[in-house]
Design a protein around this ligand. Structure first.
Ligand code: NI
Length: 187
């Protein structure tokens, strides 16, 4: 039976560290961690991803999923869904010179959200738990998620990426303000 893991919150030193690569010869040893991370994130409702440093493991590993519909707080719209899966020792390649603004939230920054500028189009390369190498292209929200999770592996949280702290606030309050301006609904 997997376990619900404790979550490191903003201010904890482990979230500021550069995480260590996973030893690809010992992938079996991290399988229980990936199972616990998956169980933990599913226990928290409609969350998108979780990186190992957020559960006090300083390793270059995260899990994420892409839902079919984007939450209105992130701009709404339909997406190409991906199931929750692991991304081990990722590398990112930027494929555009365009950055787009969008709202982000984070399990380690509970209750808060803010606007962050991210590369619109990237490729990323990673290993799965079976040691297979994958290369993927990502645009828009998918690209944003990868950049957010990758930042966790380098000790960076989304507030450190914000250019304009005016957009930073509590999710319910910011969503209501966006609703009032008809920039979002159903937040
Ligand atoms: Ni996060």
């Amino acid at each position: 039976m997997p376990n619900i893991l404790p979550i490191a919150k903003m201010g904890h030193p482990i979230l500021k560290q550069k995480a260590e690569p996973v030893d690809l010869n010992k992938l079996d040893q991290i399988r229980p961690l990936v199972e616990d991370m998956t169980y933990t994130v599913h226990s928290m409702g409609e969350r998108i991803g979780l990186a190992a440093p957020q559960v006090f493991q300083s390793l270059r590993l995260f899990i994420f999923r892409i839902p079919e519909k984007l939450h209105p707080r992130y701009g709404g719209g339909l997406l190409t869904p991906l199931p929750m899966h692991e991304v081990i020792n990722p590398e990112i390649e930027v494929l555009s010179d365009v950055k787009i603004d969008g709202y982000e939230a984070c399990i380690s920054v509970p209750g808060l959200m803010g606007e962050v500028s991210r590369w619109e189009h990237i490729a990323y390369h990673y290993y799965d738990l079976n040691g297979n190498k994958h290369s993927m292209e990502a645009k828009g929200f998918h690209a944003r998620v990868i950049q957010h999770e990758f930042d966790h592996l380098d000790g960076i949280l989304f507030p450190q990426r914000m250019n304009n702290l005016d957009s930073f606030g509590y999710e319910d309050v910011v969503c209501q303000a966006l609703n009032d301006k008809q920039l979002a609904n159903l937040c």
